[in-house]
Write a protein that binds this ligand. Sequence first.
Ligand code: TYD
Length: 225
Amino acid sequence: MAEDRKQTVTDKIITKNAGLGIPQSGGRLIAFEGIDGTGKSTQITLLAGVLRQQGYEVVVTCEPTNGGYGQKIRALYKSRDSVSPAAELELFLADRREHIGKLIAPSLTAGKIILTDRYYLSTIAYQGAAGLDPAIIMQKNAFAPPPDLAVIIDLSPEQAVKRIQQGRGEALNSFEHEDYLAKVAEVFRSMKMPYIRWVDGTLAVHDVQRQIMAEVQNILPGIPA
Ligand code: TYD
């Protein structure tokens, strides 16, 4: 019941937010979202290659960024207990403001296609899973231009954790524990924004890419299948 109410509030804010923010004059903003270990960065690299071949100017970027706030956030990976969820949220928001001001807004204005590895849906999901209210997190992101498309790569937390461990051969950081990722996945699943498209992350890399291309064609009708 309380969950339903939260979702309704979140949806209202999202509808209100749609169309606000920075004018997108020809550019496109595509966010890749989902829990850790789903293969976002592989898919971003592939999509950037295809779009560049078609003559588009593509900017590949990520959050947390490599700026000052992003570095502070990365320092937290190892000892997340040293900061409250509310303070952590403020760091992600400050990083995003800088990211939008320095890179996303100017690139949109210049008509470029921006592919970002994570954006505000990650904040709703991860900081929501850390105990903050998703509707309030959404409200605090009202400054951010909504993406034209948010691809969420769907994979179970069990499979995701297995991939992280196999791929990196190292211990999980504090954002990556399976029970936390399960909560994060639940918040992602509850999202109803019109620009969200789910793709099946259990498939082979090129099949995931095919699903993503079909979605990208909807917002960039010029590109061939
Ligand atoms: P990740 O994409 O894994 O970055 P990197 O590959 O550079 O380590 O993101 C780092 C973690 O930050 C990831 O577990 C998700 C988390 N995160 C949030 O908790 N909130 C946010 O708003 C964002 C953008 C990321």
